[in-house]
Structures are given as C-alpha cells and as structure tokens.
Design a protein around this ligand. Structure first.
Ligand SMILES: Nc1ncnc2c1ncn2[C@@H]1O[C@H](COP(=O)(O)OP(=O)(O)OP(=O)(O)O)[C@@H](O)[C@H]1O
Length: 303
C-alpha cells in the first residue's frame, strides 16, 4: 500500500478511471530552447481497459508513457494513476510506484531483459527487488512464463530465444509484481505479423483475465485496429478517438464497427482533423449552428 503522502490518503474507487491525465504539459528545456512535448493533454483510462495510443512521430506518445511509467514528471497539469499523484512523487514514492503499480514493456526486445540472466531469473528479479522470498518468486516466475507460453524457455538466456519469446518473457517481467497498469511502447515493433498477433493476444488476456489496464503506444495497425479504443495524439494533445465494437457474425468470423470521435477538452476546444479542414477549406474562422441533436460547421464563406 502506498503511503498517504503520495496517494493523498484516499483509496481509489473501484469504478474510477485508473489513469487520469488533466491538462498535462511537459516542457523540455535545453539552454534557451524549449520543446513542448505535451501541451495540455487529457486522457482517462478505465480499470481493465486496453487502449492503443497512436500519432505521428514527435506527437508526444513516448513522453506520455514515460510520465505514466514514473520515469518522467509533468511540468504542469495533473496525472493520477491508481490513486497516485504523479506530479508530487517523492524519490522513495517513485521507486515504490514503479515497482508496485506499473509494468513496462519496450520495443527493443534486447532492452527489456538482462542479457546474462535466464528467462526464469529475469522474471523473478522484480519480486527479488520487492524483497519476496526466493522459493516463492521462482515459483511465480515459472507460473508466469508457463501462462505466457514460454515455460520451455525458462532456462534459456535472452539470445537463445526468438524476438517473440523474448517479448513474452519481457511481459512476464513486467507482470511479476502484479501491476495495476501495463505500459507497452511499440511492443510489436520488431516482430513479424504472426508473432505480433501472439503478443497482442497475450496483452489482451492480461487485460481481460487479470483486470490490468493496458496502454499500448504503437505504429502497428495490427494492434491499433484490434482494440476497442484507439486514442490519437497530435501536437501534444489527444485529438481524436476511434471506438470499435466487435461482434461474432455467426459463421465463425467476426465483424467490427468503428466510429471516430474528436476529443473535446474542458474549455470546449476540438481539433478538426486535417483532412476535413483541407476538404472544405476550413481555415481561421468557421460558422457553427446548433441543431436539435448535433452541431453543424461550415467554411467562413469568404466574408
Ligand atoms: N529529452 C528530451 N529533450 C528534448 N526534447 C525532447 C525530449 N524528449 C522528447 N522531446 C521532444 O518532444 C516531442 C515529443 O517527443 P516524443 O518522443 O514524446 O514523441 P513520439 O510521439 O513518441 O514520437 P515517436 O513516434 O517518433 O517515438 C518531440 O518534439 C521530441 O523531439
């Protein structure tokens, strides 16, 4: 249990979103140069939900993930994960948060694992750092590896495994301390399509069966098209979301209905997608009209 100093004394309600970002700003400063990686980002993720985060290079995806992972801090705004206020973490709180609340899987399979340790030793290491007994942590490591389909790799070193096997072991490491939130940065980036599907299936199992909230940053359509919510980040803000409903078509196949939404911030600001702006020449000023159940928008009309 985290101390009240970082959790603000209240246990998170089971129905409250696990991840809440409100107007998050992250500014990187190098001498006189400032880069605003996040510019007022809002995001909320429910318990047990699995979302994909997409966006062009430089949009702020990795910065967001680093903040959620507790390895970077917001310059302004509010970030809460499972009741932890990440803007106000002490050094020891940060260590506990990273050890107990979040698990992280990175793109580079080689960076996820310690090269001279076997799969089992890698998967047992987080529990060792948390002070758990040797026997219990090894048993848990073996159980996790089995569950992720790499039990037969327990005695192998990372270089003796395929990329997909290494990512499954990395997932076991990330899950070893029972995190509430799993953060994955391009987890399928170095894998072929079949293996990417397998890793995706493993992430989905973790979210559905264990109630772990999963946030996946990805450029891979295999991943982003197969989750129920994909959040797009542009210029350091959440700009749009795609919500999908999957259903069985009765013949053993499945169908999907996808609907795109623009995200509105607290001040009512909405980013109109570039293709809409270009198609109708929507520039500095647009005309709005409130209808019974929607709002219409027209180009200025040259006045
Ligand atoms: N440590 C840093 N120092 C200075 N600028 C940074 C730093 N980290 C990120 N940035 C800048 O912040 C912006 C957002 O970067 P970020 O890595 O979060 O984007 P991204 O969406 O993850 O991009 P990619 O898809 O290429 O990984 C970029 O302009 C980047 O150059």
């Amino acid at each position: 249990m985290a101390p009240s100093a970082v959790r603000d004394g209240s246990a998170p309600s089971p129905s409250a979103p696990v991840v809440v970002c409100e107007s998050v700003v992250r500014i990187h400063r190098h001498g006189s140069i400032e880069v605003q990686a996040l510019q007022g980002l809002d995001l909320s993720v429910e318990r047990g939900e699995m979302i994909a985060v997409v966006g062009p290079s430089g949009a702020g995806k990795s910065t967001l993930l680093s903040i959620l992972a507790g390895s970077d801090a917001p310059s302004a705004g509010r970030v809460r994960v499972d009741g932890w206020d990440l803007g106000g973490l002490s050094a020891s709180g940060r260590v506990r948060y990273r050890r107990d609340v979040v698990g992280v899987v990175r793109q580079q399979t080689s960076r996820n694992l310690v090269a001279h340790l076997t799969a089992e030793e890698n998967a047992a290491m987080p529990a060792a750092l948390a002070g758990r007994g040797r026997k219990a942590r090894r048993a848990h490591a073996v159980e996790l590896l089995d569950r992720l389909g790499v039990g037969d790799c327990a005695r192998r070193l990372p270089h003796e495994m395929s990329g997909g096997q290494q990512q499954r072991v990395a997932l076991a490491v990330a899950l070893a301390n029972g995190p509430r939130v799993l953060l994955a940065d391009e987890p399928t980036g170095e894998l072929d399509t079949t293996t990417a599907h397998e890793i995706l299936g493993a992430l989905r199992t973790v979210s559905r069966e264990d109630g772990v909230t999963v946030v996946v940053v990805t450029h891979d359509a295999t991943v982003s098209d197969s989750v129920e919510r994909t959040v797009a980040i542009r210029d350091g803000r959440t700009s749009s979301e795609v919500l999908r409903t999957f259903s069985d078509d009765g013949d053993g196949g499945s169908s999907v209905v996808a609907q795109e939404y623009a995200v509105m911030d607290r001040a009512g600001r909405v980013q109109v997608p570039r293709e809409y702006r270009d198609a109708l020449d929507l520039t500095r000023r647009v005309r709005l009209a409130l209808e019974a159940d929607h709002v219409s928008m027209w180009p200025d009309g040259g006045r």
